[in-house]
Design a protein around this ligand. Structure first.
Ligand code: UDP
Ligand code: MG
Length: 316
């Protein structure tokens, strides 16, 4: 059995938004003339969210599906669980806080139907604090640089993915994944549409400054092992300087005698510099191996075939 559209929504303590969220989603989907399922993933909420989801799922059996975590695992874990459960040809992710209006979903579906694999969205105008916007723009720049995929707004979770991209994301075994970035690896063509953005009306943002900083670290380390390589470069540079300085001091010691070297103190420094240099090179090397181990542990698919042309009949 398949469905046209799956909508995956992570929910963490959103009791005040759920009712409106579900009714607006159902409204939009019913108008779309496509089969659909709405998957609400309760990320270990401590308020009445789980209860509300359970009731909604029972009332709209077949259309609304509830998934319940035993505790809080984070938004992206919740989305991954939703992906696993979903059967739609197109999978949409959406936040539960109604900051991104569900009414924009048809816009995204339209783009997928024209052949895009991933459709992102740009929040215009963005209703978040200045600090959030500034941080977000910095992160977007870094992500663009290190993934090479030019998407303007990675932070916005109102996105659409083609089934095969979702399946590829599910094949990745890494722990801390940031889905929009991961998904883009498996997309051949991506686009972005402009969507409206509203202020959060009920509940509060689940991302404290600390959580945001953590997320950025996750993002950076999940995308690239470049920081490790940086350690190697730094090590080579420091050890080079250390060796040079050590050599210089020893040379000066022989030219100017032990008085110049304050009776061996400088020589001791020279040896120290050389050792520190060697230490950094060693750390850099360790880093290189660690990077490889990390790549292997993540076990991302080594390649991803987008499509095949020319086979006369399908293999099944
Ligand atoms: N969320 C979640 N688990 C968490 C934190 C957040 O499932 O640990 C959900 C939350 O319910 C919402 C979405 O992720 O649907 C985005 O969270 P929020 O609106 O607080 O983030 P912001 O809009 O401030 O970036
Ligand atoms: Mg929000």
């Amino acid at each position: 059995m398949t469905t046209d559209i799956s909508i995956v929504i992570p929910v963490f303590n959103e009791e005040d938004n759920l009712k409106e969220l579900v009714s607006r989603c159902l409204n939009v989907c019913n108008k779309m003339d496509k089969s659909f399922e709405i998957i609400l993933v309760d990320d270990g909420s401590t308020d009445r969210s789980a209860e509300i989801i359970a009731r909604t799922a029972r009332e709209n059996s077949g259309k609304v599906i509830g998934i319940f975590f035993n505790r809080n695992y984070g938004q992206h874990a919740a989305v991954t669980a939703g992906f696993k459960e979903s059967i739609g040809d197109t999978v949409i992710t959406l936040d539960a806080d109604l900051q991104n209006p569900p009414e924009e979903i048809p816009k995204l579906v339209e783009q997928i139907d024209t052949g895009y694999d991933v459709v992102g969205s740009i929040r215009t105008p963005r209703e978040d604090s200045l600090f959030r916007r500034a941080a977000s723009s910095l992160v977007n720049k870094i992500v663009q640089k290190s993934t090479g995929v030019r998407m303007k707004d990675y932070g916005c979770m109102l996105r659409a993915y083609r089934r095969q991209v979702v399946d590829a994301v599910l094949q990745c075994h890494e722990r801390s994944s940031f889905i929009p970035v991961l998904a883009n690896r498996f997309a051949r063509n991506t686009t972005e549409v402009q969507v409206a953005h509203a202020r959060r009306t009920a509940g509060e943002s689940k991302y404290s400054l600390w959580k945001l900083i953590n997320l950025q670290f996750d993002l950076l380390t999940s995308m690239t092992t470049f920081p490790l390589r940086l350690l190697s470069f730094l090590g080579i540079f420091i050890s080079g300087t250390g060796f040079a300085l050590g050599g210089y001091i020893i040379m000066m010691r022989f030219i100017h005698g032990s008085d110049w070297a304050v009776g061996g103190v400088f020589t001791l420094f020279a040896i120290l510099f050389i050792f520190i240099g060697a230490l950094f090179v060693g750390m850099g090397l360790l880093g290189e191996y660690l990077g490889r181990v990390y790549d292997d542990v993540r076990a991302r698919p080594r390649f991803f075939v987008h499509h095949v042309i020319g086979r006369s009949q399908s293999k099944e």
